[in-house]
Design a protein around this ligand. Sequence first.
Ligand code: F6R
Length: 260
Amino acid sequence: MLVVVHEDYDAMSKKGAEIIASRIRRKPNLVLGLATGSTPLGLYKELIKLHKNEGLDFSKVTTFNLDEYVGLPPEHDQSYHFFMWENLFKHINIERSHVHVPQGMYGDLKISSFETDPKIQQFCSWYEDEMLRYGGLDIQVLGIGGNGHIAFNEPGSSLGSRTRIKTLTEKTVKDNARFFKTVNDVPRYAITMGIGTIMEAKELLLLANGDGKADAVKAAVEGPITAMCPASALQLHRKAIILTDKKAAGKLSAEFVTYG
Ligand code: F6R
């Protein structure tokens, strides 16, 4: 695991984009795993710049997103489909058919049957198979939750878990309420790649910025490998890079850190 600390968010984002761009130049049909949230926004802006100014070519790239809410249509402004098109896909030359974001809508399926209905489980198996059909993820971009979560794998998620439906914790529902009209509008379920799925990516690129991530980064890098800090699984990965700003690295011991 390589931890590279940057002066600030912009420098971290630039480095992240350089890494992705170098992988695309080396393998134009890269299979790229993507994340949503505030952390990768700067990285996506930099990738858009590289596309517009330097002709970085996404035409052969295939993407798979980590997660999506269940029950939100793709055009909903809080869906991860919408987020990805607004913040990246519509600005680059990616083929619509190469984009994969987990399906959030399942016809008129009732919320009470979300966890048991075979349609959702079938979708999750299909998503895993589809990644394999493309040869697996070459590189997966990750953010980290303040509690160490990756994707929607909250503390306690099995380190071997696969793509599946997860119930959001009350805390996550409350945290996300600021993006919706009322707390009752916040989806209660999400589909997420599992920790086992993420760990099969050939390379992992986790970004973290701000004081609010310092405890989680320390636990992920220096703590024991435990389901109570899902990001600690990255210690077992043979090619995991963590990019941070100074604040998110604020609690790390010197021996774990390289400066970028
Ligand atoms: C998003 C995701 C989440 C976020 C994490 C950090 O697809 O999987 O795990 O990466 O919650 O969110 P931000 O970046 O908003 O702090």
